[in-house]
Design a binder for this molecule. Sequence first.
Ligand code: GLN
Ligand code: ZN
Length: 765
Amino acid sequence: MIRTASLGFPRIGPRRELKWALERFWSGACDDQAFGRSLADLRCQRWQQQRAHGIDIVPSNDFALYDHVLDHCCMLGAVPERFGFGSRPLGLHELFRMARGGEGAPPLEMTKWFDTNYHYLVPELAAGMRFRAEPSKAVEEFRAALELGIRTRPVLIGPLTFLRLSKRVDGGPAIELLPQLLPAYRDILRSLAEAGADDIQIDEPILATDLAQAERAAFPAAYRALADAAPGQRLLLATYFGAIDEYRDIVCALPVHGLHLDLVRAPEQLPAILESWPRERTLSLGLVDGRNVWRCDLAAALSLAEHAAARRGIDNLQIAPSCSLLHVPIDLAAETALDPALAAWLAFAVQKCEELALIARGLADGRAAIAEALAACEAALAARRASPLTRRAEVRERQARLTAGDRLRTTPRAARLAAQRVALGLPLFPTTTIGSFPQTAAVRKARADHRAGVLDDAGYTAFLRAEIERCVRFQERIGLDVLVHGEFERNDMVEYFGEQLDGFLVTEHGWVQSYGSRCVKPPIIVGDVARRGPMTVSWTSYAQSLTAKPMKGMLTGPVTILQWSFVRDDLPRAQVAEQIALALRDEVRDLEQAGVRVIQVDEPAFREGLPLRRRDWPAYLHWAIAAFRLCTAGVADATQIHTHMCYSEFNDIIDSIAELDADVISIETARSRMELLAAFERFRYPADIGPGVYDIHSPSVPETAEMVAMLERASQVLDPERLWVNPDCGLKTRRWQEVEAALPRMVEAARLMRHRHRTAPAQGA
Ligand code: GLN
Ligand code: ZN
């Protein structure tokens, strides 16, 4: 029998119930019981929703209070000693301390889940670590669903992916710990089997990445051990985010009962798998895009499914999304303000479940059984193809006219920097911030009131101007060198631009989880991108008018806007990035003409855009660098271009970052404990650089001496003449009280450095 399956569903709830529950709990406004009840409701709702919309195989254990990787740390006993929990059972308090820090212990590091904008907490492992199974979370979820009459398929992150996502605090490769880890996995599988879980989904998305030799070699024995854990239990190995390619032979030889393939990212892998995957085992076809919001081309998906069925019969086929639906918003039906003609182009998680059900029915009962749906789908797709919204002649013509010169600043960077330093009157170790200042409740309320029509345009502008003025005065008072306006007008660094650019749609409730209780509402790029008019100039030039100090204009870069939007699937990403870059180039020009002499183009998602396979890196880097340069290369030599990056691993692309040809980069380093600096031991970075000295994710205020120590470490691998002093990232999530305490210390740290290095004989002038 053909069945539909879901690999995972959004956790946040249709109205971000998870976020509100977490924040209430953290603030002490609700107790453990009330918190537990709201979560139980949410979990049930997710299961029932998937069932109601046509999913036969519903997952469990895909829900997480904060993060599913963190849940696995708890389930496997992979809890760092530094938290001092000893052998006490882990409760909510412990879970949130690992996620958020506290009581003197910093939280686990956070980084991006493959090439998504979802952040997971990085497990910290060490050689002597005693893994042990703590299966209660997975078992309880399974039982809770069973009580509702839903026999779920629990999801586990596979052991090899878990180890890849971990880091060894004592050095050495995490994979060495596999033998100690496997017994814990086996115990979890057994506990689930005892609870009645006959089917288990094991995710190994690392099969879509470059595997180390040791990882490849480890798969067979690891899966032998898992397969033997509970006789009769069926394991479905889920791969996604790309093709399994050269690992096909390894995968097909694994003693697992089922295999899931991402046929949206990698449809080309199907024929070979149909040859090699045994017919008596389950094949799960990932036909509906779990990473994007476009409506599925039902006829095309059905063709793939029919092809598979023709080769191997339909008995052991499952119809699934390409990956977990975690990455898409929940329900398109909530978008009541969206033009229905445009809504017809889209599908969110709920609609994707319905698409799966249709494909399964079309396969089981023939196309005639879903003729109406096929026709409606074809009509929507045809309307989208023909829509004038998707193509703008003037944008395409401008792209066609671009030359290499448009991406080139002709004066070498060193000469530009020297001229800028004089023109801007900057001292050694100049100080600045990354852009945003605290988004207080008052700021959020003014924005909401303005949106709701309670506060008129004039009132809102006056409010924002007052915030800007206060922020500028504060920065002047504490003696920062390059100021910012504070970004009070922005809800989000991508959505703000999405709202103002043609070619973008914004949703009302299209939230996706970024990490923990944090959600983002990615705009949707539906058509060619064009700028309607200046987007930031009035705020920045107002701020500049208040001060003689240089004011830094603040833009989100083309790669980050692309990366943090749902991107159209009918034009190559490189082309879309180029269109965004052209719109931003005009904004850069307007800022410059308005007298702004420093412009920062943020690219925190630059690294995240890297393809999962190294062989695909050069092509991406080529167009991503070109887009950034197109956006920034139109300025005069004296205009200083900054960029900013954070919360990723930058060491292996530092040479590409240099190729962006920005004059100054600020980059997160404090949170990841200055790991970045290792890159500069091998590579001489040719521009100014501000390694973050203030971890803005932590509510604690660093000591001046700590910041000086970080700057001294940086001075050992970077030319002190090239160093800037700044926080890791924007301050929007901090409170004014914290910022007012931390930034003067940062300015003082810079002053101390100036003093030391000016008087140090080696530094000369
Ligand atoms: N300019 C942005 C800010 O300060 C940058 C945010 C980011 O890097 N994610 O908030
Ligand atoms: Zn940042």
